[in-house]
Design a protein around this ligand. Structure first.
Ligand code: GLN
Length: 343
């Protein structure tokens, strides 16, 4: 459980309604709350129960300031957002060279659930498509299912600063209907790309997808990566600093699936989306963004989440390759905090 001291600390760091940046976020929320596009994922039956109106935006700076609007306490399942983070854990367990023999880092231009492997090497293309994520999950060390899951959950605790659980109905729903993922896993088993504890690994994959979080958690996860792997509030290291760039890197090239290049062009922030409606976006050295809104576009990305990140990027010059750097606008909006002076 979360230490009440941590909660109090978090509550204290959430800015008063008067903060100009919070007003900006309120306007952003109002602008897109009425947007009526996209559809809630229903291929996992439990996800179809989500309310399309749920909408939350949270921004956490690397010095631990938290700004939020809307449904930032609403819990949902992180789905694919787990993937880049679990990839980081696999790298810690095995190192870059070995992991790279099991899963490549090339974008696919295919949907996240495509059944394609690199023809020459039989490797899945990247850790973000389901094939690559299942191969990555297979690499997570631990003595049996419980220990492997515990290690994954504990990693997410380090990123967010609070304990996480599995949504059991969503897990069972994914397990019951996940024959496509099962097929992908068995195809990889056929090629010797994953170990033969395949059902255990599939369960673990469905469980990591069913981890419960909220938009604030997603922003904290992104802010932790933006902060070199150290949670900006608890100051706990979540990932070995050597692998921060790898987790952010695969988000950059693959995190929005077959929308990743256009996202890079338009928004320019490494990000990871999940079919539960979450997006986590990293502005390295500056901040993390977490959005939650269940209606998805045809590629499986949250419609409102994309809009919010587009606006934040445009309005504050947060695109990674924006050399004009008008981030002073954001600096003016965020009151206090030493870190903004570095921008
Ligand atoms: N667990 C989901 C699946 O395997 C994750 C997909 C996603 O969020 N894009 O289909």
């Amino acid at each position: 459980m979360v230490d009440t001291g941590d909660l109090q600390f978090l509550a204290n760091s959430i800015h008063a309604v008067t903060s100009p940046f919070r007003s900006y976020l309120n306007d952003l929320y109002d602008k897109y709350q009425s947007l009526d596009e996209g559809a809630v994922a229903d291929y996992i039956p439990e996800l179809a129960l989500a309310n399309p109106q749920w909408f939350g935006i949270c921004v956490v700076t690397v010095d631990g300031q938290v700004f939020e609007v809307g449904d930032c306490d609403k819990l949902f399942t992180i789905e694919s957002i787990s993937k880049a983070f679990v990839y980081g854990l696999a790298l810690e367990d095995w190192g870059r060279e070995y992991v790279n023999t099991k899963v490549s880092v090339e974008p696919t231009r295919e949907a996240f659930n495509s059944i394609v492997l690199d023809e020459k090497t039989n490797r899945p293309y990247n850790p973000i498509v389901n094939a690559g994520a299942i191969a990555t999950t297979d690499l997570i060390k631990g003595d049996g299912a419980t220990e492997r899951l515990t290690r994954i959950l504990d990693m997410f605790r380090r990123y967010t600063g609070r304990k996480h659980d599995i949504n059991v109905p969503v897990f069972l729903s994914q397990k019951a209907t996940g024959n496509r993922n099962r097929a992908i896993a068995y195809l990889m088993l056929n090629f010797g790309m994953v170990s033969d504890r395949i059902e255990e690994t599939l369960d673990l994959y469905f469980q990591q997808s069913s981890i419960i979080a909220n938009a604030r958690d997603l922003a904290m996860m992104a802010a932790t990566l933006a902060n070199g792997g150290i949670n900006p509030i608890t100051k706990e290291r979540a990932i070995d600093e050597r692998y921060v760039q790898d987790a952010i890197g695969v988000m950059l090239t693959c995190g929005m699936y077959d929308y990743s290049s256009e996202w890079m062009y338009r928004v320019g922030m490494p990000a990871q989306s999940g079919v539960g409606g979450g997006i986590t976006a990293v502005v390295p050295g500056k901040l993390g963004i977490g959005t939650f809104s269940p209606p998805l576009d045809a590629k499986g990305n949250s419609v409102r989440g994309i809009k919010v990140c587009e606006d934040l990027s445009k309005d504050f010059g947060l695109h990674l390759f924006n050399v004009a750097k008008p981030t002073h606008v954001l600096k003016d909006l965020i009151e206090g905090g030493d870190s903004v002076d570095r921008w």
